[in-house]
Write a protein that binds this ligand. Sequence first.
Ligand SMILES: Cc1cc2nc3c(=O)[nH]c(=O)nc-3n(C[C@H](O)[C@H](O)[C@H](O)COP(=O)(O)O)c2cc1C
Length: 451
Amino acid sequence: MATKYCDFRSEPAVGLPYFVPKPRVAAGTAILPPGHEVTAESVHPAFRPISLRNVTVQNRVWVAPMCMYSSKDGFFSDFHVVHYGQWAMRGAGMITVEQTAVTETGRNTPQDAGLWSDEHIAPLKRIVDIVHSQCQKVAIQLQHAGRKAGVSAPWLGLKLVPEEHGGWPDQVYGPTPGGGAWNDNYASPVTLTEKNIFDIIQAFGDAARRAVVAGVDAIAVHGAHGYLLHSFASAASNERTGDQWGGSFENRTRLGLEVVRAIRRNIPDGMPIFYKISAVDWLPESLHGWTLEDTLKFVPLLVDAGVDLVDISSGGVDRRQKVALGPQYQVPFAAAVKRLDILGLTVATVGWVRDAATVSDILTSGNADVVHVAREFLRNPNFVQTVALATATETAWVDQYHRAPTSPYTPATSLVVFQPLSHNAQRGPNNVHNLKHLQAPDSTWIGSRMA
Ligand SMILES: Cc1cc2nc3c(=O)[nH]c(=O)nc-3n(C[C@H](O)[C@H](O)[C@H](O)COP(=O)(O)O)c2cc1C
């Protein structure tokens, strides 16, 4: 039999200016033993591939966006390549890059990342390329921090940064005249004019266009935690009157929807949009906070505007909030959105997910389609493997690390893959009906991992 080039040399990963082997199979992909039928029962929900528009992800344990406060003038650096690369290598199917400001004054801290100029594209592309070299997917979260802008990093106390230290205390913007600061450490926001609002919508669209040039697979929007879009949506922080951006529910939610539309106009049709929402403000009725009913009214509008995934978080708009923190504390909100049963919508939950049992519980119960994990991925970059071990799922591992397998050896010849569906096609529960076997690349590769 003729020998093949790839019998002797690894294929190079694409898009990198140096040689590194392209993974034969993306880490974190489920592998079934020979003879196993691919059914809903035979593949744990955490390892059932999922498709959003043209993007297919091999598992459902995803890295949530986490600001690193590590940029100068908004630029990503080698730090970010290493930071995001660690999860790509170790099997996180989708990594959302941290909140990235669409304007300079939209940064939460002066050290936040940004995408307000074309010069920011190349450093972002380096993150995208390292993630893609590992055959994983990457999104970027676009952000305007609104009245929470211009403070120091959390470990320095989230204090308003004076101009001489790179802050912009006079250009911190919010929906409402005068008051409405998050707390006394923060700026008293200046009210956005209509022109400012249109400029910000445009800035989201422009940043999305730049992210597409950098090669991302999806665009995420930060619509939660009291930042600009949330602060407009919630009546607790938006007391604006006399124009189309304050007052009624329709007016308050207009900004978020226009931002989504601007992004949708600037990205390919096959690219998904994620929207992170605070499902509730955790405020007493007297403070007119955003409620679950508002969320259930807003999500279908987001989907009509072009959103494919809602990421269900909560809180952050008013410091008088009383958050009932605890395991799965935001899952009931995700479950309520799931019950809307919106065609083509993926529902993600986030918050206080620290172990495999919780991931398993959320996905097995169908309360969410995807679990976003933040802090546990910081503690344990191998969290996908932790879930795989706990759910007895054999998954593909890093070829270069084959001497250190993370799960017991199972002779396997089949990978679990997913046949992408067109965006509007009817999907079965958890998309499982489209799973099928794919022959492993060759019969020796699993064995060679055990050498
Ligand atoms: C260091 C750190 C930075 C964060 N930065 C962001 C961010 O940029 N965008 C965002 O939407 N949420 C951010 N979050 C919130 C997380 O995405 C997540 O919603 C929250 O931490 C709850 O999930 P966890 O319990 O898994 O950490 C951050 C959280 C942490 C710990």
